[in-house]
Design a protein around this ligand. Structure first.
Ligand SMILES: Cc1cc2nc3c(=O)[nH]c(=O)nc-3n(C[C@H](O)[C@H](O)[C@H](O)COP(=O)(O)O)c2cc1C
Length: 219
């Protein structure tokens, strides 16, 4: 599914949009990397440095976990879910047949990027621009999501498959203590990545005509 074929002034624009179209959710992942860890680190650092934030508040915090460190995230999630089973909050059958294999599949991947928002970093700006105070928390999440999307797309472009997960707040305390992270870092998302061993699922697109309008376009 694409838009009308056009000729871009800069071929890099077409390359960028091809990368956008190639990014998909991939759940079948193995613990191998098509590139060096330096390449992965460079992508993640660029996403922290260059993704914009409201008033340049720079509220995103990111932790890159590879190999055994990555596996710890999913052991934490498995433990947390087992705690829910023990407490009677999650049926054992559902855990064994669905939750556990899903978490084990994440653990079988190569790495996880943890995306956090540091809400403490917004204190000054909320005082300075009091009129927008209630907007800054959602703005911080929007900026964080931009970083998530950039990393997801760039890793895909380097040959990885990836999927985006949300196990917060269930795993927050353990994540914070495992890597001794500041208490003000609030976990938002976990991007799991590895060498793909399966393709993406079917994806339906709602008609673009219902979702997009243009006014003032030249013929
Ligand atoms: C904000 C957001 C939250 C998502 N949360 C999850 C999630 O918690 N677990 C999951 O497996 N996929 C999650 N996804 C993936 C979506 O289900 C997926 O992107 C969507 O179905 C479109 O498929 P595609 O990624 O292959 O294009 C999330 C995606 C977005 C953008």
């Amino acid at each position: 599914m694409g838009s009308t074929a056009v000729e871009f002034k800069n071929p890099a624009t077409a390359t960028l949009l091809d990368a956008v179209k190639a990014r998909r959710t991939i759940y079948g992942l193995k613990a191998e990397s098509p590139v060096s860890d330096d390449v992965i680190e460079s992508i993640v650092k660029d996403s922290v440095l260059h993704v914009p934030s409201s008033f340049n508040s720079q509220t995103s915090r990111v932790v890159l976990l590879l190999k055994e460190e990555h596996e710890k995230v999913w052991n934490i999630a498995l433990q947390a879910m087992e705690g829910l089973v023990a407490a009677g909050a999650l049926p054992k059958e559902a855990y064994e047949s669905s939750t556990k294999p899903k978490l084990e599949a994440f653990r079988a991947a190569y790495g996880t990027v943890l995306f956090f928002v540091d809400y403490d970093a917004l204190k000054d700006i909320k005082e300075k621009f009091a009129i927008y105070a209630d907007k800054f928390d959602p703005f911080a999440l929007e900026s964080n999501a931009m970083s998530q999307y950039l990393v997801w797309t760039a890793l895909t472009s380097e040959g990885f498959g990836a999927n985006l997960q949300h196990y917060s707040p269930l795993i927050d305390a353990q994540i914070q203590s495992q890597w001794n992270l500041p208490a003000s870092w609030k976990l938002d998302a976990q991007l799991v990545f590895g060498t793909p061993v399966s393709g993406p699922g079917e994806k339906a697109f709602a008609p673009i005509e219902d979702r997009f309008k243009v006014f003032g376009k030249s013929a």
